[in-house]
Design a protein. Structure first.
Length: 318
């Protein structure tokens, strides 16, 4: 048996399309038609160009997924505005947390760079600032391979006007400082360059010994790590205490976001027929499609009492 079909047109204020879709259209089996194609004879009709208004909220929800408590069963009803506000507030907390964490992580990076710079010299027990200010002696911090260091010790050391202090030895390098008189500096630098001595520039603002500086940096790193853990704890507590509202908002946003399929098929027009008694100043959506006759009549009866919805039902020509 062939079902009798009716062509249904739904009209209402543009900003009310999501409510109508969720409350009425989603409950019925309707085959949507491209409204622009169906009503191509009208001059004042144009596509529903607005992009998915919930697209950014969906992205924000995805970004917060590690903090969102999933599968919350006690979902509460929310409208689109309430759900949007809930997600926006949660994301502001999340975004602020991430910005603060980025600042702290940058500090960790900078501290580690300073620490790594002087860590090989912790065995040299003298004030860095003091030796860096020598007037008549020049010094160079750096490292060279074991082979080059062996060559230096065996063939060059006794011939040079240089003192080399070892500070650290690892599997690949010997770290240390060489001291040389100001007048001998250029020659010493050239010889050490030929030995592939990799110079390390130590800023003059270091205070204390290298060991003391490393200990100070370790303390700063511990303090920053404590701050990171505290911020993480506070953010998780926020999401946990607001898990019902956030879960409800996510479900609402998901529901309304699916309405984008209806938006793609809808069109907009300026109301010139005074259907809504607005003197033609507002923009309205138009949705059209096919329903079987029983659904079409039920749909019409349901929306008839809604002052923001106008429904027109037409019989199929064939």
């Amino acid at each position: 048996m062939i079902e009798k079909m009716r062509f249904v047109s739904v009209i209402g204020p543009k900003d009310d399309i999501d409510r109508v879709t969720d409350k009425y259209i989603s409950k019925y089996d309707i085959h949507l038609e491209n409204t622009l194609t169906e009503l191509n004879s009208l001059d004042n009709i144009h596509p529903f160009m607005e992009s998915n208004p919930y697209g950014q909220l969906k992205k924000n929800i995805s970004q917060m997924k590690d903090y969102i408590v999933e599968n919350e069963t006690n979902i509460i009803d929310m409208n689109a505005n309430e759900a949007s506000a809930t997600i926006v507030n949660a994301y502001e907390k999340y975004d602020k947390y991430n910005k603060e964490v980025d600042v702290l992580k940058q500090k960790i990076k900078e501290i580690n760079e300073h620490k790594n710079l002087i860590a090989p010299f912790v065995n040299l027990d003298f004030e860095l600032a003091d030796i860096l200010k020598f007037k008549f002696i020049r010094l160079r911090f750096g490292k060279m391979t074991h082979d080059h260091y062996f060559q230096f010790k065996k063939y060059e050391y006794d011939k040079l006007n240089v003192i080399f202090l070892e500070s650290n030895i690892d599997e690949e390098y010997v770290w240390g400082i060489y001291f040389t008189p100001v007048f001998y500096r250029d020659k010493a630098d050239a010889i050490f360059a030929s030995l592939h001595f990799e110079r390390i520039i130590i800023p003059e603002d270091y205070v204390g010994t290298a060991k003391e500086s490393c200990e100070k940096y370790d303390k700063e790193l511990e303090e920053i790590q404590s701050k990171l853990e505290e911020k993480e704890k506070n953010l998780r507590e926020y999401f946990d205490s607001n898990k019902l509202n956030i879960a409800s908002a996510i479900e609402t946003i998901d529901k309304y976001s699916k309405n984008q399929n209806v938006r793609k098929m809808a069109a907009c027009t300026i109301d010139t027929s005074f259907i809504f008694n607005n003197e033609g100043h507002a923009t309205y959506y138009i949705i059209c499609g096919w329903m079987n006759e029983n659904d079409a009549l039920l749909f019409h009866a349901e929306v008839e009492q809604d002052v923001n919805v106008f429904c027109l039902i037409e019989e199929a020509e064939n």
